[in-house]
Ligand binder design. Sequence first.
Ligand SMILES: Cc1cc2nc3c(=O)[nH]c(=O)nc-3n(C[C@H](O)[C@H](O)[C@H](O)COP(=O)(O)O)c2cc1C
Length: 144
Amino acid sequence: MIHIITGSTLGGAEYVGDHLNDLLEEQDQAITLHNQPEYASIPQQDTWLIVTSTHGAGEFPDNIKPFIADLTEQAPQLDKVRFAVIAIGDSSYDTFCAAGQAAHELLTNLGAQAISDCFTIDVLETPVPEDAAEEWFNNHSEQF
Ligand SMILES: Cc1cc2nc3c(=O)[nH]c(=O)nc-3n(C[C@H](O)[C@H](O)[C@H](O)COP(=O)(O)O)c2cc1C
């Protein structure tokens, strides 16, 4: 089972999550898409694919903030979780992709196993983030 967990304010990261969902479905994978991720509803096992943009001064989008806050407070052992983070941001900000980087670090610290480095997508250089995400996916599809 793959849990796609999105953090999005304007919809961009959510579109990328939808696209990855389609690509994984073509591989006949079982997927659950969490656009309003809830700590209690996401099993602490299987594969988590987090797709999040960054807002504010390097902050998480509002929809994913409670999930990240719960993970931080509860600090569960995530040694049964494999994960990857796709971080979407704009390199004109000092805090480029800070939320995605923070998610990657948090899961690593909780013992989850990264299947890739945090993959950053710069919307200044990549007008269609789905294209960069698909290229990343094609290079990592065997990990899923
Ligand atoms: C108010 C605002 C603040 C932002 N702050 C950051 C930031 O700190 N770091 C970053 O990398 N991108 C930042 N961005 C860029 C967004 O992450 C980028 O536009 C992204 O594509 C938005 O994705 P979303 O549609 O999923 O919300 C900011 C954008 C806005 C509108």
